[in-house]
Design a protein around this ligand. Structure first.
Ligand code: TRP
Length: 336
C-alpha cells in the first residue's frame, strides 16, 4: 500500500510560496497515489502563540485554498489535525521513544526559538515528534515536504525504527520523503536569498493568495532585480538570486523549466519580462482566488468538509493506535 500524508500550518497570510511549494504539488499527487491525507496542522501551529479567533479563520482559509487549488475532498482525506486525537496520543508515546539528543540537533527549533531558548514552549521543542506521529498514525509510506522539512522527516524515520527495535516488531514503515525541486522554493521579492515568508515585514516581499490582480502586478513590477538584461541560459543566473527567483516563479506557474523561460526571455529587459510574469500570475492565481472567496463565503461548507475528513482519518488511525497500545503493553478492553 502506498499512502501519502502531508501537512500545512494554518498560520495565515497564505502566499505564492505555500501554493507553489506545497499545495500545487499535492494536487498532482492525488492522482498518483491511492490514498492521500492532507492535514491542516493546527496542533503544530500553537507551538508559537496564535490568537484563537485567527487560528479558526486561518484553518478555514488553508482548507479553502487546498480545495480551490484542486484537491478533491471526496477522493482524499482533508482535515484539521486537532479533530483526530490519535495525533496527540501517538505523539506522547513517540516522545518516550525519541531521545533528547536527537531533538537537540533540529535546526528548525534553533531558528524558531532564537536566543531565548528558555522561554520557548515545550511543544516547540517536541514539534518534530508530533510530526512523526502525524505520519505514523496512518502508517504513511510517502511524505511530500519541502527541503526545510527533510531533517524532521529523517527524525520520523529514526523514531519509527527505534519503536520497532525497542518492541521487537516490524510495525511502522519508514516513511519516504518526496522532496520537490528547487524551482518550487519561492524566495522573497525584496531579497532573492530569503524564503518568501508571511512574517517578513514588507508586504511587497510576497504575493498573497488574497491579493487582487492590481496588487499582484504592482508587486511584480516593484520586485527587486539587478540592472542587466536576462541571460540566455541558466548558467547566467548564477549570483543573480532575484533574477533566478522570478524566472523560477514563471517556470513553475507556466509548468515549464527555467531553460525554457530563458529561451524566450533571454536578452530581454526585466520590465518586459515582469509584465508577462504579472499576466501569467494573475491568470493562474485568479481562478483559485475566486474559488477561495466563494468557499469562504460559506464557512459551514468548509467546516463540514473538514469534519467529514476527520471522521475518515479517525477511522484509519483507530486500528493503528489500538495496535500501538497493545504493543506498548497498555491495559484496556480488547479491540479498543
Ligand atoms: N512541519 C511541516 C511544515 O512546517 C508541516 C507538517 C506537520 C507536516 N506535520 C507534517 C508535513 C507531516 C509533512 C508531514 O511544513
Amino acid at each position: 500500500m502506498r499512502r501519502i500524508f502531508s501537512g500545512v500550518q494554518p498560520t495565515g497570510n497564505l502566499h505564492l510560496g505555500n501554493y507553489l511549494g506545497a499545495i500545487r504539488n499535492w494536487v498532482r499527487l492525488q492522482s498518483e497515489f491511492e490514498d492521500c491525507l492532507f492535514c491542516v496542522v493546527d496542533l503544530h501551529a500553537i507551538t508559537v502563540w496564535q490568537d484563537p479567533g485567527q487560528l479558526t479563520a486561518n484553518t478555514r482559509e488553508v482548507a479553502a485554498a487546498m480545495i480551490a487549488a484542486g484537491i478533491e475532498p471526496e477522493r482524499n482525506i482533508v482535515f484539521n489535525q486537532s479533530q483526530v486525537p490519535a495525533h496527540a496520543e501517538l505523539a506522547w508515546i513517540l516522545a518516550c521513544v525519541a531521545r533528547m539528543g536527537w531533538l537537540n540537533r533540529m535546526t528548525q527549533f534553533k531558528e524558531k526559538a532564537g536566543k531565548d531558548k528558555e522561554n520557548a514552549a515545550v511543544g516547540l521543542f517536541a514539534y518534530p515528534v508530533l510530526m512523526a506521529a502525524d505520519i505514523l498514525a496512518y502508517q504513511a509510506t510517502h511524505v511530500p515536504v519541502g527541503e526545510d522539512q527533510k531533517q524532521h522527516l529523517e527524525l520520523a524515520r529514526d523514531i519509527a525504527q527505534k519503536f520497532n527495535n525497542d518492541f521487537g516488531v516490524a510495525f511502522f514503515p519508514a516513511p519516504e520523503p518526496l522532496i520537490f525541486g528547487a524551482a518550487t522554493r519561492v524566495m522573497s521579492l525584496r531579497d532573492g536569498t530569503k524564503k518568501m515568508s508571511k512574517s517578513e515585514a514588507s508586504d511587497y516581499s510576497r504575493i498573497n493568495m488574497t491579493d487582487d490582480a492590481d496588487a499582484i502586478a504592482q508587486k511584480i513590477r516593484k520586485a527587486r532585480t539587478d540592472s542587466d538584461p536576462l541571460p540566455t541560459g541558466t548558467a547566467g543566473l548564477e549570483g543573480r538570486p532575484e533574477a533566478a527567483n522570478l524566472i523560477g516563479i514563471y517556470a513553475a506557474l507556466a509548468d515549464t523549466t527555467p531553460e525554457d523561460v530563458l529561451a524566450r526571455f533571454g536578452e530581454k529587459q526585466f520590465s518586459d519580462f515582469k509584465q508577462h510574469l504579472a499576466e501569467l500570475a494573475v491568470a493562474k492565481l485568479g481562478p483559485i482566488q475566486d474559488e477561495m472567496r466563494r468557499l469562504l463565503a460559506d464557512p459551514g461548507h468548509v467546516d463540514r468538509v473538514l469534519a467529514r475528513g476527520a471522521e475518515r482519518a479517525r477511522a484509519l488511525a483507530a486500528p493503528v493506535l489500538s495496535e500501538v497500545r497493545r504493543i506498548v503493553g497498555f491495559l484496556g478492553p480488547k479491540g479498543s
